[in-house]
Design a protein around this ligand. Structure first.
Ligand code: HAM
Length: 420
C-alpha cells in the first residue's frame, strides 16, 4: 500500500511521458492557429487577490461561492488559485494599460486552473484551458472570428461530432427585464423547484435555466424566452453574428436557455459540446463581456473570448498509442575501449538532430541489442574492439537485419544521408 503522501491530490493528475506527446501536439496546433488569427500570448500569475474573482466572475456563481482554493497568507492578504482566466487577463489588461497602447488587443493563453469541484471523468480540480480574450470591438465580426478560431483549432486536431450552441443574453437592460419576467413565471412553481434552483431564483434567476433536472426542464418549457426581452440593438447584433457564421459555413444551433454560469456575460454566449464525452460534454464555453473591463475599474472596453478544456479535448480525441518520437539510432558499444567512441558518436549524431541513444548500463551485446529493438530505432551502430582496430563500425538495419561496415570517421555523414 502506497503511503498517502505519495498519492496525488484527488482531482489532480500527472501527465506522464507517454501522454505528453499528445499535449505537445495540441499545444502546437493551438499556437499555430493563434498565430494565423493574429492572437498573442499572455501569461498571468497562478494566484490573484480573491476579490478579483468575487468582483469579476460574481459572488453568486458556483465558482466563487464554492469552488475556489483560497487562503489568507502570512500578511493577511486573501488570495486564490485562479479558477478561470478572463478576470486575470482583464486585470492585466487594465494594469498594463494595453488598451492605451492599441485599440484592439487579441490575447491567448494556455494555462492550468483550479476549481474544487466533485471530480469525475472530464472534471478535475486542476485542469488546463486554452482560450482567448479579444478587447476593443463590440461588433459582430469579432464574435464570428472568436467562434471561427475555436472551431478551427478543433478541426485541425481532428475533433469531429461537435455541436456549437449559440445564444444572446442581451444587454444589461434586457437582462433585468428578462429576470423579472422569469421570476414572475417561476413564482407559482417555486415550491416544486430544487433547493439549488430556489436559491438561484433569489440570487440569479437566469441560472435556473441551467438546470439538468428533467422535472425542472419540463416546467421551463413554457418559460419566457430571453429573445423576447432583447432590445432592437441586441437583436440586430445577434442576427449579424448568425449571418456571419452562415457566410463562414459554420453550423450552429440556437439555444435560448444557454446563459452560462459566470456573471460577466453580455449578448453573445456560446458553448461547444462533443458527443464523444459523457456528462461533462462541454469542450468550450465563451461569450461577450462588454461591461467587465469597466466593472473592474478600467475604461469602458468591449470584450469577447472563450476557454476550452484541454483534458476534455484529449478525452474526446480518444486513445492514441503514439508514445513519443522514438529513437532513430541506437549505438551498441562493446568493451571499455569503445566507450569514449560511443559517447562521442552519440553526441555528434545528436548535434546533427538525430535522435540517438546508447546503453548507459554497460550491459552485454544481447541485452543492448534487445534495448535497440525496443527503442524503435531504425538502425543500430555496433562498435567493439574489432571495429576500433579496423576503424570501421557495423551498421545494422533493424528492420531488414542487413549489416554493413562503415568507417567510424564517416559515420555521421553516412547516417545523415540515410532516411531514418
Ligand atoms: P467555463 O465554461 O467555466 O468558462 O470553462 C470553459 C471550459 O473549461 C469548459 O467548457 C470545460 O471544457 C473546461 N472546464 C471547466 N471546468 C473544468 C474542470 N473542473 N475540469 C476539466 N475541464 C473543465 C470559463 O472559464 C470562461 N473564463 C471562458 C471565457 C473566456 N469566457 C470569455 N472568455
Amino acid at each position: 500500500m502506497t503511503k498517502e503522501f505519495i498519492q496525488s491530490i484527488k482531482g489532480t493528475q500527472d501527465i506522464l511521458p507517454d501522454q505528453s506527446q499528445r499535449w505537445q501536439a495540441l499545444e502546437t496546433t493551438i499556437r499555430n492557429t493563434m498565430d494565423t488569427y493574429g492572437y498573442r500570448e499572455i501569461r498571468t500569475p497562478t494566484f490573484e487577490r480573491t476579490e478579483l474573482f468575487a468582483r469579476g466572475v460574481g459572488q453568486e456563481t458556483d465558482i466563487v461561492s464554492k469552488e475556489m482554493y483560497s487562503w489568507t497568507d502570512q500578511s493577511g492578504e486573501n488570495l486564490t488559485l485562479k479558477p478561470e482566466l478572463t478576470a486575470p487577463v482583464v486585470r492585466s489588461f487594465i494594469q498594463n494599460n494595453l488598451g492605451g497602447q492599441s485599440t484592439i488587443n487579441k490575447l491567448y493563453y494556455i494555462d492550468a486552473l483550479f476549481r474544487r469541484e466533485r471530480p469525475q471523468k472530464g472534471r478535475y480540480r486542476q485542469f488546463h484551458q486554452f482560450g482567448i480574450e479579444s478587447f476593443g470591438s463590440e461588433f459582430p465580426e469579432m464574435d464570428a472570428e472568436v467562434i471561427a478560431l475555436a472551431m478551427s483549432v478543433f478541426n485541425d486536431i481532428g475533433l469531429t461530432n461537435l455541436t456549437l450552441k449559440l445564444n444572446s443574453i442581451g444587454s444589461p437592460e434586457c437582462r433585468s427585464d428578462f429576470r423579472n419576467a422569469l421570476r414572475d413565471f417561476l413564482k407559482p412553481h417555486f415550491n416544486d423547484l430544487s433547493e439549488t434552483s430556489q436559491k438561484r431564483f433569489e440570487n440569479n434567476p437566469l441560472r435556473v435555466l441551467d438546470t439538468k433536472a428533467p422535472y425542472e426542464i419540463e416546467i421551463l418549457k413554457d418559460a419566457p424566452n430571453i429573445s423576447d426581452s432583447w432590445t432592437g440593438e441586441d437583436k440586430a447584433h445577434f442576427e449579424e453574428v448568425c449571418s456571419l457564421l452562415d457566410a463562414m459555413r459554420i453550423q450552429y444551433t440556437i439555444e435560448s436557455n444557454l446563459v452560462r454560469g459566470l456573471d460577466y456575460y453580455t449578448r453573445t454566449t456560446f458553448e461547444i459540446t462533443s458527443t464523444a464525452l459523457g456528462a461533462q460534454n462541454a469542450i468550450c464555453g465563451g461569450g461577450r463581456y462588454d461591461g467587465l473591463v469597466e466593472t473592474l475599474g478600467g475604461k469602458p472596453t468591449p470584450g469577447i473570448g472563450f476557454a476550452a478544456g484541454m483534458e476534455r479535448i484529449l478525452l474526446a480525441l480518444g486513445d492514441d498509442d503514439s508514445s513519443g518520437n522514438s529513437t532513430q539510432v541506437y549505438i551498441i558499444g562493446l568493451g571499455d575501449e569503445a566507450r569514449p567512441s560511443v559517447a562521442k558518436l552519440a553526441e555528434d549524431l545528436r548535434q546533427n538532430n538525430i535522435r540517438t541513444n546508447f546503453d548507459p548500463l554497460r550491459r552485454s551485446i544481447k541485452a543492448q541489442m534487445r534495448e535497440a529493438n525496443k527503442s524503435g530505432a531504425t538502425i543500430a551502430v555496433i562498435i567493439g574492439d574489432k571495429e576500433l582496430a579496423s576503424g570501421q563500425a557495423e551498421i545494422k538495419d533493424l528492420k531488414t537485419g542487413d549489416q554493413e561496415p562503415v568507417k567510424i570517421k564517416a559515420l555521421v555523414d553516412h547516417i545523415n544521408s540515410l532516411t531514418l
